[in-house]
Design a protein around this ligand. Structure first.
Ligand code: AMP
Ligand code: ZN
Length: 484
């Protein structure tokens, strides 16, 4: 049974889907005004692993990841996320491009990074700018129900009308203090109200007609509009980085629940920050590494994936190159091990004594415990150690290797590591190997030697092992020890 730590209740809760066999997931996606950095990647890895584990368990998952191409304002650290300039528009002015060009450029970067990281694509990537009518509709409902009010063309959500406000973040109205981090808007009834719609100044590029003014939406309303549009009023799982908890997700809960009258999200899953030198990695602080920086230094995206899998999303992670080195060598270890198993699995014996079931159980126990990927990985590392010891004693059989490979394939559907040089021996080669085996049985060594040469010419090597067994490897993986 899968248990997930829910940031709303602060407890581990058994996962129960709204519809049997199905899971709806909403992921707060990128604000496309700059390159995706490793912190963003960490926050997208969490829903990817969770989604893969749901699929491993047989669920049909619908995952929606939005593209924020309007509404995310620059003064992130100030209160309700409704102060400052539009991040994309600001970049567009700086670079003398249109906001759409900026958004497209950085969305392409995001898509490429996700692909390289082997993050499974969402079923749909809705854009905020394509959902303005849905946002206007929700804002209209909120005004009708008196949860929101309009003044001078601006519309705000009245936080005093929603008693549950602050439940997710702990920022209840009693706890909130009007301090330096709060920029008061003259049209707000109380300083903690947040913007649903803002009237656009004349020079503003991103603006739409609405019943209240020509303007643009607040940042939070877009996720309510897109999540309910594609997943319904109540959704199973909503994820984001920990900085999304307040004000973004707190606001999403308030406005969505007040509009629909229903519970918004059953499981809130947040990923703690990735830091550099103890400071949150972020675009606005310009202290970030991109995937490209990692690759330029000779690390593969899969080494980064392994690094991220090796830490708990529930704890902050400090990025270091030493940890990258460790991940790189662990990846190599897995890679070599799988290649050895591939090779061994071609041997023709039929017996097997390797107990895979206990490893599978421990893998699932680790994943069931709030997606503990470091523990799940350590189960596989243990398997490798046991198998390697048996291999050295020549007591690991072809059938064992086959079982191990099948197990790896299954758990790697969750880890999502693409290994280099993982090979399947082509049928043509396997047929030649069989012929050679028959020739050897008939003591026709001339034919068997000829077949071995033919196999080598096709790029594979046969290595004889103990007990009349042999394994087949691609030539590049074989150890050449002839003085030749
Ligand atoms: P943004 O593009 O800034 O809207 O961020 C996209 C996603 O990345 C959001 O879910 C953020 O919470 C998350 N995020 C941003 N910085 C970090 C970080 N340093 N560590 C983990 N997640 C982050
Ligand atoms: Zn969002």
């Amino acid at each position: 049974m899968l248990y997930l730590h829910n940031s709303l209740t602060k407890k581990k809760e058994e996962f129960k889907p709204i519809n049997p066999g199905k899971v709806g997931m909403y992921v707060c996606g990128p604000t496309v005004y700059d390159y995706v950095h490793l912190g963003n990647i960490r926050s997208y890895m969490t829903p990817d692993i969770l989604r893969r584990y749901f699929e491993y368990q047989g669920y049909e998952v619908r995952l929606i990841k939005n593209i924020t191409d309007v509404g995310h304002l620059t003064d992130d650290d100030i209160a309700q996320g409704d102060s400052g300039e539009d991040k994309i528009e600001k970049k567009a002015v700086q670079e003398k491009k249109t906001p759409a060009e900026i958004a497209k450029f950085y969305e392409d970067d995001f898509r490429e990074v996700e692909k390289k990281m082997n993050i499974l694509p969402a079923q749909y990537f809705p854009h905020a700018t394509a959902h303005i009518p849905q946002m206007i509709r929700i804002i209209g409902t909120l005004i009708e129900k008196s949860y929101a009010y309009e003044k001078n063309g601006n519309v705000f959500f009245d936080v005093t009308k929603f008693p549950e406000y602050g439940k997710l973040s702990g920022n209840t109205l009693e706890n909130l203090e009007v301090g330096a981090r709060l920029e008061e808007h003259p049209d707000k009834r109380n300083p903690w109200d947040f913007a649903l719609w803002l009237k656009a100044p004349k020079e503003h590029l991103l603006k739409w007609e609405s019943p209240w003014s020509i303007g643009y939406p607040g940042w939070h309303i877009e996720c309510s509009a897109m999540s309910t549009e594609y997943l319904g009023d109540t959704i199973d799982v909503h994820t984001g980085g920990e900085d999304n908890i307040f004000p973004h997700h707190e606001a999403e809960i308030a406005q969505t629940q007040c509009a629909t009258g229903k519970k918004y999200v059953n499981y809130w899953i947040h990923t703690r920050h990735l830091k550099v030198d103890g400071v949150k990695m972020s675009k606005s602080k310009n202290n970030f590494y991109r995937l490209k920086d990692i690759e330029d230094k000779g690390y593969s995206p899969m080494a980064l994936r392994l690094l991220l899998l090796s830490s708990l999303r529930q704890t902050q992670l400090n990025f270091t190159w030493k940890a990258m080195d460790q991940a790189k060598s662990n990846l190599q270890r897995i890679n070599d091990f799988i290649l050895n198993m591939e090779a061994l699995s071609t041997s023709q014996d039929t017996e097997s004594g390797f107990d895979i079931d206990s490893y599978q159980k421990r893998f699932e126990d680790a994943m069931d415990d709030d997606i503990n990927t470091p523990l799940a990985l350590s189960v596989f590392y243990e398997l490798m150690t046991e198998a390697n010891i048996l291999l050295m004693k020549s007591s690991l059989k072809g059938q064992d290797a086959k079982k191990i490979l099948a197990f790896w394939k299954r758990i790697n559907s969750v880890f999502g590591l693409e290994l280099h040089g993982q090979v399947e021996i082509p049928q043509e080669i396997l047929d030649l190997v069989k012929k050679r085996e028959n020739a050897r049985k008939n003591k026709d060594f001339q034919t068997s030697d000829k077949l071995r040469d033919e196999i080598e010419r096709l790029g594979y090597i046969i290595e004889d092992t103990k007990n009349n067994n042999f394994i087949i490897k691609p030539a590049r993986d074989a150890k050449h020890n002839d003085a030749g």
